[in-house]
Design a protein around this ligand. Structure first.
Ligand code: PMP
Length: 425
């Protein structure tokens, strides 16, 4: 009865904060359309989900086809063949030692699963994450998420056994990548001396590019050193590729840039082009230590329909050369942004890989500038270009268009951004 007095959107929980109140009714490629057929250029990709673009016809067709055959098969009862097919596809694409797969629905669920696996596989209880990390919003994942206090606000205390080490974000420290790497390795060693002994540590979990925390790539040397430390102490190295995976950075997985061998890969977002599916991939040795029946869930198994979407997504990524396109368009985007940086010193840093690019806004005194970030974001929004901010100080704009984006579309977005920046002078 009370609903009569409420507007449509007041029916939704206030816990969601929206970038905009646009209600898209149609998506196509890099565009979203509302009921009045206004067209919005989506450089958020639903936060890195629709790497193949909105409603890619091949993905849609696969979903339609699967829905006529089998919507659902409970992995705890039967084995849906489409999910097996997805595991087969991933097996051909992941590094050779990675050959066992577990599926779930969201990135947070995959994070939870990887911690449970790491605990059983090593018999140890602690995990190490990095300052600025984001691994999800369930309680354990929240305990592992340190990018913004709002994610933890009034939810604490959170599950224990999580230790936080500094991330080599060289720009923040004003150091070179090597200096930041050395400092963070030393801090990690102090963590081992003072908080969690290596032999109590099950896993080190890292995003190869800090996503929500500010689009900061981890230096290759840092990732390589983590690999050495993990090898030395029997700790599992987990790469969270939820935001950086599936072609986004110009490689299928971002860790390929640094040529490190993960023990567990966490994946979600770009895997399903919008259908809820996530997964963890690991070695036969590690997965074989995960005791049967100790993890799962009704939908934890990659539903037949989401698996079909994921299979089609992977096909599209390769058939349409989206990984190469991400590299080329990312380079073009960076170059365009760098030209603007020369004109606008408030753009303190431009960083990223492929089409996972961040522009950090910094005041003349070197302090973060969230106000300018927000104004520029709103000015772009007025021109119907959707961008998101990120970073602990909300002073980084992220550029994550679908990987089908064309050269002209990148130029158009840069023009809108340039116009927004010109208002700042
Ligand atoms: N890991 C990373 C790196 C992420 O960026 C996110 C989501 N932003 C997650 C995990 C959690 O994924 P989900 O929102 O699907 O739970």
């Amino acid at each position: 009865m009370t609903t009569a007095t409420l507007s449509q959107t007041e029916l939704l929980s206030p816990v969601w904060t929206h970038l905009t109140d646009i209600q898209p009714v149609k998506g196509e490629g890099i565009y979203l359309y509302d009921e009045e057929e206004n067209r919005y250029t989506d450089f958020t990709s639903g936060i890195g989900v629709v790497n193949t673009g909105h409603c890619h016809p091949k993905v849609v067709e696969a979903i339609q086809q699967q829905s006529t055959e089998l919507l659902f098969g409970q992995m705890n009862c039967v084995i849906p063949p489409t999910t097996v097919k997805l595991a087969e596809k991933l097996n051909t694409l992941t590094p050779e030692h990675i050959n066992r797969f577990f599926f779930a629905n969201s990135g947070a669920e995959a994070t939870e699963a990887c911690v449970k696996l790491a605990k059983q596989a090593t018999g140890r209880q602690h995990v190490i994450v990095f300052q600025g990390s984001f691994h999800g919003r369930t309680h354990m994942a929240m305990a592992m998420t340190t990018s913004k206090t709002v994610y933890r606000y009034k939810y604490q205390p959170l599950p224990g056994g999580v230790f936080v080490s500094p991330f080599p974000a060289s720009y923040y420290y004003g150091w070179s990548e090597d200096e930041a790497t050395d400092f963070c390795l030393q801090q990690l060693d102090l963590l081992f001396q003072g908080q969690t002994a290596p032999e109590e540590t099950a896993a080190i979990i890292i995003e190869p590019i800090l996503g929500e925390g500010g689009y900061t790539p981890a230096p290759a040397k840092f990732l390589q050193k983590l690999r050495e430390i993990c090898d030395e102490h029997g700790i599992l190295l987990v790469l969270d590729e939820v935001q950086s995976g599936f072609g986004r950075t110009g490689k299928l997985f971002c860790f390929e840039h640094a040529e490190v061998k993960p023990d567990i890969i966490v994946m979600a977002k770009g895997l399903g082009s919008g259908l809820p599916i996530s997964g963890i991939a690991s070695t036969e040795e590690i997965m074989s230590k995960w005791l049967p029946g100790t993890h799962g869930g009704t939908y934890g198994g990659g539903s037949a329909i989401a698996s079909a979407a994921a299979c089609a997504t992977i096909d599209v990524i390769y058939e349409e050369g989206l990984i190469e396109n991400a590299a080329a368009r990312g380079a073009q985007l960076m170059e365009g942004l760098r030209k603007l940086q020369e004109k606008y010193p408030v753009i303190g840093d431009i960083r990223g890989k492929g089409l996972m690019v961040g522009t950090e806004f910094t005041k003349a005194d070197g302090k973060p500038d969230p106000e300018t970030t927000s104004r520029v974001l709103q000015a772009c929004l007025k021109k119907k270009l959707l961008l998101l901010s990120c970073g602990s100080y909300k002073n980084v704009l992220r550029w994550i268009p679908p990987l089908v984006v064309t050269e002209e579309q990148i130029e158009e977005a840069l023009e809108i951004f340039a116009e927004a920046m010109s208002n700042e002078q």
